[in-house]
Design a protein around this ligand. Structure first.
Ligand code: ATP
Length: 331
C-alpha cells in the first residue's frame, strides 16, 4: 500500500522525520512516497501545491502531513494549499482525539474524540457589507450533517466508544443548529450507542469540570475549532495533539500544530503529535496492532520521564525520537 508523506515547512520536516522512523520501526507494510507542499515547495517548483502532489494524493488512500508556512510577504497568487486539498478531496470530517497521556502532562483527565464538520458552518468565507456592518453567511446542510454524524457513528463502532454527544447552539440558532440536532437523533438513535446533546457553552465547561462524561463529540465547524483547541490545551498542548481530515477517498493525517517558525530548525519541537498522527493513519489503513504499538510506546516513553521542552523536559526532537524508538523496540 502506498501513502504520501508531505513534510512541508518549519518544524514539519523535523516532526515528520520522527513519525516516519516510527512507522519504519514497526515494519508497517506501506510504501511511503514524499511530496512537496508549502513555502519550500514554492521556492523549489514555483508552486505552493505542485501538480505532482495532487496527482499522488489521487492515487493513495492516506497522507501524513507536517505543516506549512504561509508566504511571509503578500502574494496575490497565494491560495492555501491545505484548503485546496480539503476542497478538492472533500475532506469533510476533522477528527481530533484529545487524551491526557500522563498525570503530570495537561490539566484534566480527558479521553475523548472531537469530530468536527470541515466544509461549511461559519467557514463559508462569504461576507458582505450591509448598513453599518457586515453580514456573514453561515451554512448548515442536511447532507453535511448526515455524513458527519455517520462518520462519528463509524468511529464509535471502530474504536469501541460508548457515548456520542452532539454539541450545538440550537437554543439560539433554532433553524440551522436545530437541523443538525434533529439529524443527529434521526441517525444516531437505535445504533447501540448512548446518545445525548449539549449546548456548546456547556460543553466548553464540561471539558474542564466533567471530562470523564465526554467520549465522542460531534459538532459543527466553529464549535469544533474552538473546543478542540481548548481540549488540546487541557491535555498537554499542541505538541501532543494529532488529527485527521477524512474524506471518502482520501484521509490526511497531521499534527494539530502549525509550522512554528519560531522554533523551526532548533531541534526542540515535540514530535509526539506527528507520531500519534502516524498511528491514526496506520489504524485507518487496517494496521490496528502497529498503531497501538506506536501509541503505547508514547505512553511508556512519557511514563519513563522522556520529555521535550514544551512538556517541561530537556530532550531535543532528535534525542526524544531516539529514546522513543528504543522504547518502541521493546514493545
Ligand atoms: P503557523 O502559522 O504555521 O500555524 P504558528 O507558529 O502560528 O504557525 P503553531 O505552529 O500552531 O502556530 O504554534 C504556536 C506555538 O506553539 C509555536 O510558536 C511554538 O512555540 C509552539 N509549538 C507548536 N507546535 C509545537 C511542537 N510540536 N513542539 C513544541 N512547541 C510547539
Amino acid at each position: 500500500m502506498r501513502v504520501a508523506i508531505i513534510p512541508g515547512d518549519g518544524i514539519g520536516p523535523e516532526v515528520i522525520s520522527s513519525a516516519v522512523r516510527a512507522i519504519e520501526a514497526v515494519s508497517a507494510d506501506i510504501e511511503m512516497e514524499e511530496a512537496l507542499m508549502g513555502l519550500d515547495a514554492h521556492r523549489r517548483t514555483g508552486s505552493y501545491l505542485p501538480e505532482r502532489t495532487v496527482e499522488l494524493l489521487r492515487d493513495v488512500p492516506a497522507a501524513l502531513f507536517g505543516a506549512i508556512t504561509s508566504p511571509l510577504s503578500y502574494d496575490p497568487t497565494y491560495r492555501s494549499p491545505l484548503l485546496q486539498i480539503r476542497k478538492e478531496f472533500d475532506l469533510y470530517a476533522n477528527i481530533r482525539p484529545v487524551k491526557r497521556l500522563h498525570p503530570d502532562i495537561g490539566l484534566v483527565d480527558l479521553d475523548a474524540v472531537i469530530v468536527r464538520e470541515n466544509t461549511e458552518g461559519m467557514y463559508t468565507g462569504i461576507e458582505r457589507d450591509e448598513g453599518d456592518g457586515v453580514i456573514t453567511e453561515r451554512k448548515v446542510t442536511t447532507r453535511a450533517c448526515r455524513r458527519l454524524v455517520d462518520r462519528a457513528l463509524r468511529l464509535c463502532r471502530e474504536e469501541g466508544r460508548r457515548k456520542l454527544t452532539c454539541v450545538h447552539k440550537s437554543n439560539v440558532l433554532r433553524r440551522s443548529d436545530g437541523l443538525f440536532r434533529k439529524i443527529f437523533y434521526e441517525r444516531a438513535e437505535g445504533q447501540g450507542i448512548e446518545v445525548s446533546d449539549m449546548l456548546v457553552d456547556a460543553a466548553a465547561a464540561a471539558l474542564i469540570t466533567k471530562p470523564r462524561d465526554l467520549d465522542v463529540i460531534v459538532t459543527l465547524n466553529l464549535y469544533g475549532d474552538i473546543l478542540s483547541d481548548e481540549a488540546a490545551a487541557l491535555t498537554g498542548g499542541l505538541g501532543f495533539a494529532p488529527s485527521a481530515n477524512m474524506g471518502d477517498d482520501l484521509a490526511l493525517f497531521e499534527p494539530t500544530h502549525g509550522s512554528a517558525p519560531d522554533i523551526a530548525g532548533k531541534n526542540i519541537a515535540n514530535p509526539v503529535a506527528a507520531i500519534l498522527s502516524a498511528a491514526m493513519m496506520l489504524r485507518h489503513l487496517g494496521m490496528k496492532d502497529k498503531a497501538l504499538r506506536l501509541e503505547t510506546a508514547v505512553k511508556d516513553a512519557l511514563a519513563n520521564g522522556l520529555r521535550t521542552r514544551d512538556a517541561g523536559g530537556r530532550l531535543g526532537t532528535e534525542e526524544f525520537t531516539r529514546a522513543y524508538l528504543e522504547v518502541l523496540g521493546t514493545t
